[in-house]
Design a protein around this ligand. Sequence first.
Ligand code: NOJ
Length: 767
Amino acid sequence: MKKIIILSIAIGILSLASFAAPKFKKMRKFPPNDDIEKKIDSLLALMTLEEKVGQMVQYNGFWDVTGPSPKGGNAEKKYEHLRKGWVGSMLTVRGTEEVRAVQKIVTEESRLGIPLIIGFDVIHGYKTLSPIPLAEAASWDLEAIKKSAEVAAAEAAASGINWTFAPMVDISRDPRWGRVMEGAGEDPYLGSKIAKARVTGFQGNDLSNPLTVAACAKHFAGYGFAEAGREYNKADIGTVTLHNMVLPPFKASAEAGARTFMTGFNELNGIPVTGNDYLLRDILKKEWGFDGFVISDWASIEEMLTWGYTKDRASTAVRAAEAGVDMDMEGNIYMEELANMVRTGKVKEEIVDEAVRRILRVKFELGLFEDPYKYCDPEREKEVIGNPEHIEAVKDMAKKSIVLLKNENNLLPLKKKEQTIALIGPLADENNSPLGSWRLGSDDSTGVSLKTGLEKYSNNKIEYTQGVKLITNQAEFTKELHINTTDTSGFEEAKEVAKNADVVIMALGEHGFLSGEGRSRTKLDLPGLQQELLEEVYKVNKNVVLVLQNGRPLTINWAEKNIPAIVEAWQLGSQSGNAIAEVLYGDYNPSGKLPMTFPRSVGQIPIYYNHKRTGRPVDPAPGEEQVFWSHYIDEENAPLYPFGFGLSYTEFAYKNLQLAKKEIKKNETLKLSVEVSNTGNYDGREVVQLYIRDLYGSIIRPVKELKGFELIPLKKGETKTVTFELGPKELGFYNEQGNYLVEPGEFQVFIGGSSETSLEDSFFMVE
Ligand code: NOJ
């Protein structure tokens, strides 16, 4: 504590005239704080070059959790650097006791006692887990998503953590890429709204509140466009797509006040994003006025060397620092090279000073200088983690994330009594898989399985059998995709159980560890013998409800054609089974809508709703032979399920689309309204979606673009009028120079319950 007092006095006395406040955009959430800037000036004046570079260094905890440590996790060296004050941050240290221990080393043993900022991957919850982020996105419920981030932040912060490496706001059109589970899907508009909800949920209004954490928008930018969906692959993205599709959720995160950004493992158009001045300096720091700090991804500075972008370690460190990477995650490259490069004049000390300023700013905002142990209260840790209110919140989020894909003859909801239900499948009695693969702070096998959830409805009889085995042997995990591929010995029993049941629930999909980082797939079908099992069971009982649990869109064409009811239940986190059971029994009427297109075939990928039209879009009339139009000869162009699609137990009717005007001026806003009625037999919630099409322009525009949505509860028989506004923000676009244009012309509008909407009209925009 002694060091902190000396430091505080020094900061109080010193005040340097050289302080120049950075420019801030009006919309910034955390306004500039002159007091903090003066303290940073004072502190910088006290620091040696090594101490400054040290602030730019992040070390992993003393074990390897998320990837190979470039230096093999050299604990002794790390301890020594902590004592010297040469480390600014640590990741994956967690729990009040551990965090207190590392903070104690730096604050009491190092010369200046500057506290660490403790980072952690809090992706969809810390101990109490929410659904995977892609699933949450399917709720389109911004309040619930924000709440889920608040819960995650509270538990993480109570465990000593100051900063989460979330949200991942990478747009992706490729379900082969395993990390689609971690994002909000394919659409920049929905992705931006969700990014904002998550950032504000994590950070709240006051970063120094010990129940909030700093957010990190990642991976800046283009990682979701990895070629062929292969993890860590290059990304070629044209300017128009970059500005209109990839960058908007990052911009929304910056506007919502995200205090940190992370670069990615990818290169973008030939330049690694970790060495990309255009992205980091020109766009993020200058154009968007971002005044937090940028961290590399795990050793991604060093990987610039492996890509063949830089020639040696020293020039690699310079490249990253000059491009605007303020902190090196577990790469050791700043630690080993940067001070020397400054001394030999290869990089300006001002670059280091600027990075340190940004890092210290966030540490001040978190309140770490007031009290480095602020987040280390073991009593609070006990009270907050696993709190019943959190369990309720993640269950609520889980129910809202479920998407009903098919429900022929109203097979769902299930009857609550006198039913025999056959529950079959490798994921039926699983309490680990629903937690997903990205849950470092949580304990294994702590989810509620579907079987447990269903058994709470005790007036029905549940007959369970696995049918196909789940592989639990770690060594065979990946090779076999976690599901048995050869052993059909469970089929007979499955058929026997199914034969005598009123309804069969098939719990199939992907194991939680089949998506996430490093888990790209070339096939998107049901892994292992699941498809065969499904077909066998269907032969003896047609009343099948397929409950899918998976981390990405799947090609389930046979099921869509044959199985009467299909429920997309993703990986829903700690309360998974309870949430699915409530939906199956109709205690919650499903309201989710797909945030990502489901393809019919892997060959259609990338497939997304906001595509361009092509010069040969003609869809020939049935029976007419046509070859020379944009299509496949062996598959339809249309997806299996479109973006925004999702059913309900009730029905919604759309009518009376009204446009306030048929012509607006360039800077005007058009008001629109539509009537939505619940015409079915249940109360429900509907996501009313508004799309536009700019019919012609100086660059070709997509056939449809989401530009508004509203989630409304509607009681049985109720009608509501929903209103939207379209102004320059919605009607413009970025051109190939990256300039935002609003161009007069003709626009179509579409409103309905999915991207295949029911109502349509048009208007003109004039100068
Ligand atoms: C690598 C991942 O790409 C990134 O998203 C994550 O935050 C870091 N590892 C830290 O675990």
